[in-house]
Ligand binder design. Structure first.
Ligand code: MRU
Length: 378
């Protein structure tokens, strides 16, 4: 995606960088654009945990790059180490990265890609080169999956546009399932960007997405950079808009989708799905195969839901009139707060899944048919 005319991805490695990689630090957006260079496994773990980088596919790609630094660090500490010691150091690094955020399954997919490709019997120089190649390929494939989601999902928007005789198609989205959450293009936003490219008039209702406001801060910024008409709404407005015919389709992303099509996504997604069902608004989820957990069925019962620090609820971040990026306290100092970061929308509320292979029903047979190999690898 372009920012002020320059192409960026969310996570990348400069070609000559063999000891670090870069991310866009999302914490200061939309007020300040900051690039952060990561050069240690500990820094990568902190960047994921503290959400410098967030969004399921972006987390996966970041973790995959983080793993290449594990090999670099193993070499630096090599004074006396054997292949067993290198293996142990890399496994320890993978555990550190895996402990950062529990819900997005892409995290584990990115780490596993490295562990599967590793050969600890080879010289460490080979292992580093291999890990770099794996991370570069992983990011490239994730980018391509998002691009394909756009190409498949756009047909839904085209259909609505035709039904409405070319009138503006109103899409509601929650959180940020845009290019910042992926390597590029986004998942929920990919069909929207594609529709815009094709000249289909679109308008996006952007849920602010408390507590961290990924919608208000990130989705709104992304769409604005791309010239896509959008309106930020408070999280509770969606149902009202749907009752008044102002939403044609809901498209959200996912952090983990189960083999039967239950969808884990940012807290509040489930309530949007309920409102959509009551108002017969089609509710779609856009996700790459890297987000599918083939070993899990019942999302409500089985999915690990991240609980984050209460200060994300009790404080709100923004830019003061003075220009300073700061935070202010919202709640009484002594009030208890709870911060559940994700919820699960059962498959019965999902009209369809938009994947890199096409649009399918949210049910086990359709997912199996779409991914015969992956679904049988459990
Ligand atoms: O806590 P976050 O910001 O990482 O949560 C992100 C979401 O819930 C996104 O909707 C999801 O990762 C899909 S990203 C394409």
């Amino acid at each position: 995606m372009k920012i002020d005319g320059k192409h960026y991805t969310t996570v990348w490695r400069e070609l000559d960088c063999t000891e670090s990689f870069s991310i866009i630090d999302q914490r200061t957006l939309p007020h300040k654009f900051v690039i952060e260079e990561l050069s240690s496994v500990a820094a990568v773990a902190a960047a994921i945990q503290d959400m410098h980088v967030r969004g399921a596919p972006a987390i996966g790609a970041t973790a995959c790059y983080g793993m290449f630094l594990a090999f670099v660090e193993a070499k630096a500490n090599q004074a006396k180490n054997s292949s067993e010691e290198i293996e142990k150091a890399v496994i320890d690094a993978s555990k550190l990265l895996a402990a950062t955020r529990p819900t997005a399954v892409n995290l584990f997919f990115g780490i596993d890609a490295q562990l599967v490709a590793a050969d600890f019997s080879k010289p460490i120089e080979w292992q580093i080169e291999n890990a770099i190649a794996v991370a570069d390929a992983f990011a490239k494939e994730e980018r391509e999956r998002s691009r394909q989601i756009g190409l498949h999902g756009v047909s839904l928007l085209e259909e609505i546009s035709k039904k409405k005789d070319g009138e503006v198609v109103n899409i509601l989205t929650h959180c940020n399932a845009g290019w910042l959450a992926c390597v590029d293009y986004g998942t929920a936003t990919a069909p929207i960007y594609e529709a815009h490219e094709r000249g289909i008039p679109v308008h996006v209702w952007v849920d602010e997405t408390r507590p961290r406001n990924q919608g208000a801060r990130l989705t709104a910024w992304e769409l604005g950079q791309h010239g896509i008409p959008h309106t930020v709404i408070v999280d509770n407005a969606g149902g009202h808009l749907m009752q008044h015919g102002l939403v044609d389709i809901v498209i959200v992303g996912s952090d983990r989708t189960t083999a039967r099509g239950d969808v884990g996504n940012k807290i509040g997604t489930y309530l949007k799905a309920l409102a959509a069902a009551d108002n017969e608004v089609p509710f779609y989820v856009a996700l790459p195969s890297s987000t599918i957990d083939w070993a899990m069925q019942d999302g409500v019962a089985e999915m690990p839901i991240e609980k984050r620090g209460g200060e994300e609820v009790s404080y709100i971040h923004g830019r003061a009139d003075s220009g300073e990026i700061t935070r202010v306290l919202l709640t009484p100092e002594k009030s208890a707060v709870a911060n559940y970061a994700f919820d699960v929308t059962p498959a019965r509320f999902v009209k369809g899944l938009i994947t890199e292979r096409g649009v399918c029903a949210a049910c086990p047979s359709a997912l199996k048919e779409m991914y015969p190999k992956l679904s049988s690898n459990v």
